[in-house]
Design a protein around this ligand. Structure first.
Ligand code: GTQ
Length: 372
């Protein structure tokens, strides 16, 4: 492409550009550098939210909002500061395609059943005794469980336990919004009555290890919930071998009925970083949202150091260089949700390895999180 020169600033061109606006037309020659930049320039920025802040704000929200009063869920979403000027859907974008939130439910509360075209997944951060009713079965949730609720499935939540329960929601809200594919419908009853035994999917599939022979036809979410005990066992098995240099010991949740990601548009996995593990840096087109399930360490994202401890959440936007380090004396466990399936479906996925300096970025500054 030719260098941009004074031609673009000439009154003749500027007047023409202005003139065609009244016909709702636009000049490509003016727009192309912004439309077709050399590499991804996501509005999302790297960011990190501290657990102490989230937990406190969720508990404060219990004084203000109840599902009964508001007819909805008590969820607080991760607003990426890079989107603040983009209205209205910038309000709820954590990355360019993904929304993530933390949700708190109190014992005895019920979040009403509804369905929408957005796909959802959950990772259980704290507590037990709450359930999500999906596809007619109550799926009880415990710390470390991963649940899938693909688009248009009815889902509502209840809590039979003793203490507040918190989990992470991840949905493809910005992607579906941009595609104008949003449908939403509340259920006719408050919380859908179960039509199958409790934990039907996870019990029949043993966490995705097997497939009952009657289920050979692909289904959208046959497992429903991937139990922590089984995930931990799988991680332990993998740990006898070499870690991936970029992601440590990482295992992805899959749908055993079709071999694809557990949720169609979003992938999710768990990464174990052993003591002292320091990954190499790379970047990829897909964006990722991380939750620190266990441990302590830091990630370097585009040369900035993000310290994390248990419970924190952080964002790696598209095409950002990143690497992870475990600084603690124990394993660190990271839950990662990402839009890899979207990027792969549209042939946009690319990865690049950081080759300089032994594969490690120079740390130029440290991120200072907003504290209470
Ligand atoms: O729990 O069903 O954070 O529908 C956003 C939309 C949670 C849910 C969110 C949802 C839900």
């Amino acid at each position: 492409m030719a260098e941009r020169n004074s031609f673009f600033d000439s009154p003749e061109v500027q007047n023409f550009n202005k003139d065609i606006q009244q016909y709702n037309l636009g000049p490509l020659w003016n727009a192309i550098p912004d439309l077709m930049h050399k590499q991804p320039t996501p509005e999302a920025v790297p960011y990190l939210w501290k657990w102490e802040v989230l937990e406190k704000k969720l508990h404060e929200a219990t004084q203000i909002f109840t599902p009964e009063r508001g007819g909805e869920r008590r969820a607080i979403y991760f607003q990426n500061p890079g989107f603040k000027s983009r209205q209205p859907w910038g309000w709820a974008s954590t990355t360019n395609t993904l929304y993530a939130a933390v949700q708190l439910i109190l014992p005895g509360e019920a979040a009403p059943s509804h369905r929408h075209t957005q796909n959802a997944m959950r990772f259980i951060t704290k507590g037990s005794g709450a359930f999500s009713t999906v596809q007619g079965q109550r799926i009880f949730m415990e710390e470390g469980d991963y649940l899938t609720t693909p688009g248009w499935l009815w889902h509502g939540h209840g809590h039979e336990g003793e203490r507040p329960m918190i989990w992470m929601d991840i949905l493809d809200i910005p992607f579906v919004y941009a595609s104008a594919g949003t449908f939403f419908e509340p259920h006719s009853v408050q919380l859908e009555k179960p039509s199958l035994p409790d934990n039907y999917g996870p019990r029949r599939y043993r966490g995705g290890m097997v497939r009952p022979i009657s289920d050979r036809i692909p289904q959208i979410a046959p497992v429903g919930s991937y139990k922590w005990a089984q995930t931990e066992m799988a991680l332990d098995g993998l740990s006898d071998f070499e870690p991936d240099p970029y992601d440590g010991f990482a295992i992805e949740y899959v749908n055993p009925s079709n071999g694809a990601t557990a949720n169609p548009t979003m992938a999710a996995w768990i990464q174990k970083l052993p003591t002292g593990f320091s990954s190499k840096a790379h970047r990829h087109t897909n964006s990722a949202i991380y939750h620190v399930f266990k441990g302590e360490g830091y990630s370097v994202i585009n040369g900035v150091q993000y310290h994390w401890t248990k419970g924190d959440f952080f964002v790696i936007p598209n095409w950002a260089w990143h690497e992870h380090v475990n600084t603690s004396n124990d394993d660190a466990l990271l839950f990662c949700a990402n839009d890899l399936p979207i990027m792969e479906t549209f042939h946009l996925q690319k990865e690049e390895r950081y080759e300089q300096n032994g594969g490690h970025q120079e740390i130029k500054s440290e991120f200072i999180p907003v504290l209470l």
